[in-house]
Design a protein around this ligand. Structure first.
Ligand code: NDP
Length: 259
């Protein structure tokens, strides 16, 4: 990964879990990005303490307020990132923020299902729309005709839970709304890969593995992967992606996941 440079990267849901891990790993790369935009709901609050500590050590880290379910907040985030980039594009948008509730077929509700769908499926759509001009700019700025994450890319953090053919973990947790939201998010990734191909923007769905985070711990068992292992694997995968991978569903080791 030493030769790869993600020049500017934005990570949503960056105050804890996988999002925070992504930010930490990006900053620690031998060739770190010029800008890492770490978004969270309350940059000045308790929940963003780790990010604040990192920002005090890394001048290339910018904490951006963002509630991903609020279109006005998305618009404001895109404007502030655009200002900071001073005319350059954004190379990599990582739609990582997500929610899960432990509802079953029996207990799922309109309100819960809408909340999960809004966060996991609609927000990545709206964010990609808002950041499209900056992603296009990045694609235009990069020489060569191929696609890559150092040129311009949208990475939607998905889940094997959204795989319709495998229905992994059904016997442990039904997670109806979560599975539906990630299956729909996978379709969004496919649509984005079709629509944004002409702009040179690579789009991929990435399953991080079962990871030791607040979300990963919900099943009451310790997940096998540390955040470091998952994030290290994902960044390696991202650094090797090319045009042929746009529209794919991959895991943290680069394996193809069944839809
Ligand atoms: P966590 O629950 O640990 O963290 C979720 C992050 O998303 C937090 O930063 C949270 O912010 C943020 N977030 C949630 N809702 C919103 C919102 N409306 N606006 C802004 N930020 C929001 O989850 P993980 O780190 O485990 O998960 C990250 C991604 O990985 C998710 O998309 C998840 O579906 C996926 N994934 C995780 C797996 C695992 O085993 N952990 C397995 C497969 C996929 P706040 O602190 O403010 O709540």
């Amino acid at each position: 990964m030493a030769g790869v440079c993600f020049r500017s990267v934005l990570v949503t849901g960056a105050n804890r879990g996988i999002g925070l891990g992504l930010v930490q790993h990006l900053l620690a790369l031998p060739n770190p990005p010029e800008w890492v935009f770490a978004t969270c709901r309350d940059p000045k609050g308790q929940r963003a303490q780790e990010l604040q500590k990192l920002a005090s050590k890394h001048p290339n880290l910018v904490i951006v307020p963002l509630e991903v379910t609020d279109p006005a907040s998305i618009k404001a985030a895109a404007a502030s990132v655009g200002e900071r980039l001073k005319g350059s594009g954004l190379n990599l948008l990582i739609n990582n923020a997500g929610v899960l509730n432990a509802n079953t077929l029996e207990t799922e509700t309109l309100k819960d299902m809408l909340h999960v769908y809004t966060t996991n499926t609609i927000a990545p759509l709206l964010l990609s729309q808002a950041f499209l001009p900056l992603l296009k700019k990045a694609a235009q700025e990069s020489p060569g005709s191929g696609m890559s994450c150092s040129k311009a890319a949208i990475v939607n953090i998905s889940s094997i839970g959204g795989s319709i053919s495998s229905l992994t973990g059904w016997d442990v947790m039904e997670l109806v709304s979560y599975r539906c939201s990630k299956a729909a998010q996978n379709m969004l990734t496919r649509c984005q890969s079709m629509g944004y191909r002409e702009h040179g923007i690579l789009c991929v769905a990435l399953h991080p593995g079962w990871v030791q985070t607040d979300m990963g711990n919900v099943a009451g068992r310790t997940p096998p992967l540390t955040v470091d292992a998952s994030v290290g694997g994902m960044l390696k995968v991202l650094s090797n992606l090319s045009e042929k991978d746009s529209g794919a569903f991959l895991d943290w080791e680069g394996n193809v996941v069944a839809w």
